[in-house]
Design a protein around this ligand. Structure first.
Ligand code: GDP
Ligand code: K
Ligand code: MG
Length: 293
């Protein structure tokens, strides 16, 4: 039986509904939805498995002009995510103009991969406005297939999903299917820690780590988590931990804050770091986390 798999990146301004759409696809709350802009600061993957497909979604941050250094590095991350993808979803909402970041917008209209332009929140519009908007976007992004949708009300969402599956390349699954369906919570914890590491350390560190959540124990009022951060070298271990443990403590505190919001429970999280010279060769997943290693 043939199998399809690929990476789909969802790009758009803050609050257009990217997380809502992703959650509608995934059916699990793997991404944080909030009306506050910039909650999702970089890609959080959601994965949808079918018998003969695997769809890997990333929810990229809102696109804004880099104003200070951290945002600039986030922008680089978004751009590399963009180049890794098999399919690009550019999401806009009713009444919105095109991206202010011109260079980025140019990449979209000159993309060599399929682009689906999702015109979201059409539940907020009337027929006349909708037609006018479709005409506007058809002219703006001529290479895109345009789908008017309501992510919130699931209108036209199954059709978009079906089109994505059609466009996915033939490929074996990138992630083990059973592991993900077994333990989505652990997967989410790993991604959250990964995000904090990405935000707190210089470039090569996030590429050198592997995160394994060894314990996820949910009680009535508290979730107890223990996660291992695996690195390849002693020097990396030192950097991760930081002076008197300060750097690791910061990662733990930031991850805990996000996880408490996500799970709606008090979180106790313990992070520890171990050197394992061979983890990279142990991980036989090709495009893990979308990085081309
Ligand atoms: P993101 O920043 O692009 O990830 O946007 P979110 O998914 O967090 O959504 C931002 C806000 O828009 C939330 O309050 C959503 O409930 C709302 N929203 C998302 N999709 C729709 C939609 O189709 N219709 C309407 N009316 N609101 C939506
Ligand atoms: K948001
Ligand atoms: Mg979001």
């Amino acid at each position: 039986m043939s199998h399809k798999a690929g990476f789909v990146n969802i790009i758009g301004n803050p609050n257009v509904g990217k997380s809502t759409l992703m959650n509608a696809f995934v059916g699990e709350r793997l991404s944080i939805i909030t009306s506050k802009a910039q909650t999702t600061r970089h890609r959080i993957l959601g994965i949808v498995n079918g018998e003969d497909f695997q769809l890997i979604l990333s929810d990229t941050p809102g696109i804004i002009k880099p104003a200070y250094e951290m945002q600039a590095s986030m922008m680089n991350f978004v751009k590399s995510a963009f180049e890794d993808a098999d399919i690009l979803i550019y999401m806009v909402e009713i009444g919105e103009q095109e991206l202010k970041d011109e260079a980025f917008f140019n990449k979209i209209i000159h993309a060599t991969i399929p682009v689906l332009l999702l015109l979201n929140k059409i539940d907020n519009s009337n027929q006349e406005q909708l037609e006018e908007q479709v005409a506007f976007w058809t002219a703006k992004v001529p290479n895109a297939e345009i789908f008017p949708i309501s992510a919130l009300q699931n209108f036209n969402v199954p059709e978009v999903f079906g089109r994505i599956i059609e466009l996915l390349p033939e490929s074996p699954a990138y992630y083990p299917k059973d592991q993900l369906t077994d333990k989505p919570e652990r997967f989410f914890v790993n991604e959250t820690i990964r995000e904090k590491i990405l935000l707190n350390y210089s470039k090569e560190i996030p590429y050198a780590v592997e995160i394994v959540t060894e314990e996820f124990f949910e009680d009535e009022n508290i979730i107890r988590i223990r996660s291992l951060i695996m690195v390849e070298r002693d020097t990396q271990k030192g950097i991760i931990i930081g002076h008197k443990g300060a750097a690791l403590k910061k990662v733990g505190m930031e991850a805990r804050a996000d996880l408490e919001k996500f799970f709606g429970k008090q979180i106790h999280i313990e992070l520890y770091v171990k050197v394992n010279k061979n983890w990279r060769s142990n991980v036989n997943m090709l495009k893990r986390f979308g990085y081309n290693q």
